[in-house]
Design a protein around this ligand. Sequence first.
Ligand code: GLC
Length: 528
Amino acid sequence: MQPSWWQTGVIYQIYPRSFLDTNGDGIGDLPGITKKLDYLQWLGVDILWLSPIFPSPMADFGYDISNYCDIDPLFGTLQELDVLVEQAHRRGLKLVLDFVPNHTSDEHPWFQESRSSRENEKRDWYIWHDPAPDGGPPNNWTSFFGGSAWELDAQTGQYYLHMFDVKQPDLNWHNPQVRQAMYDVLRFWLDRGIDGFRVDVLWLLMKDEQLRDNPINPDWRPGDLPEQRQFRLYNEDQPGVHAIVREMRSVLDTYGERVLIGEIYLPIERLVHYYGESLDEAHLPFNFQLFSLPGWEAAILRQVIDTYESLLPAGAWPNWVLSNHDRPRIATRIGKAQARVAQMLLLTLRGTPTCYYGDELGMENVLVPLEMIHDPQGKEYPALSRDHARTPMQWDTSANAGFSSSHVTPWLPVSEDYRTNNVSVSRKNIRSFLMFTRTLIELRRLLPALKLGSYQSIEQDNPSCFVYQRGYQKERYLVVLNLSDEKQVLSLTGKGRVLLTTYMDFEGTRDLAELYLRGNEGLLIEIL
Ligand code: GLC
């Protein structure tokens, strides 16, 4: 079987607000993305996923949609999206949009109708319920952003459910009209040539119809994520969700080779069910395990990766994500030197990798002062603000890092290191993080073993290093990662030729029986 483009390609996530501002309002836009397509092609990525670009009051920066079938004027127009699609396709790049089916904005006409009266025909499009006997919320469910997930609507005397911000009411997916309306949204974009969707919070779509209370997590401590406060027994991963995923998939399948990617934060044993029993659900249920490792250690990585490999259903295609717009950047989580090692891991593992914009430079979190925090989660819990990982892309040494013209204040501050860490400077430095990322992507494209081959972790004695082999037909490659900042020596077998090191400085033949690695070094080795 010929592999599909979503199996062989590298996904690149663009947060449109922060990519490139071409109209001088401090916010990135669609023409900005079109302008940077040559850069993305040069970098070597294949699939661009855009975070939401639809009309929105921006309470959650586009994840609160007031019209699913248009573009927010902040980002541009439908025509400008058509140009982007056409220009991307001309370069062999695919374009994936964010689909946000769990909730709309409270300013969406559907919700406006729904809240207008208990008798309105769209009342049942959302999840409304009478107050508890004491007048409080119908049950104990909490929002991901903190506090009760219920909001009282004074006019009609009922509560509506919002698993996120109060301005993001949850749709009622038990209602067949809601399903049809949302599948029409998919068709609208597929007809316009969109190559697929990343589906927001896919595992949350169905809720218990009896609205039973969730059990409380006894181990939760202040400082932990608010979303960990209770076990979401009754409002996530409900049995009925799989029928919906199959329905979405069947809409896509009528359009040929399109991709369905699911945002799903679940333990791995439950995540893999989202491939579907007959592989008829998500092509790629996002695998976020690299976000939640108990430590950046060889034994942990090996265990997580081997377990995932062993639990994948037959024929299911793996995928790996290192960072996104909801989590701290990888270079901040493990340090910039280890971020190169992580990049080598991401781009040499088996399965489709997802790179977050700016991570190709090793961009770091930017501390956004309290009074400038935009993120609704950050307003509630400043330490958990997601703004830190959403700052403007660093293009060059000019004011605002080339993101916005010089007289403009970008919507979030530009990182202070932009004069030394930006695309323009990095392209001239053959050892830069950017050139390292680009070389890795190129090797992944050139070597069938990396793109399509088998994965096998290798037993060896050095606990600071993680080693695995990728193989395809007669070709064998070793990836050797030193997860410490100290020199290490390993004893493997045979002879090998180093194709790439994280230091970007040394290639050549090595005796694997006594293999030395510098601190924070990763090696890609062809076995001879
Ligand atoms: C997803 C998005 C996140 C958003 C939330 C609600 O987790 O990635 O940014 O806040 O859904 O839509």
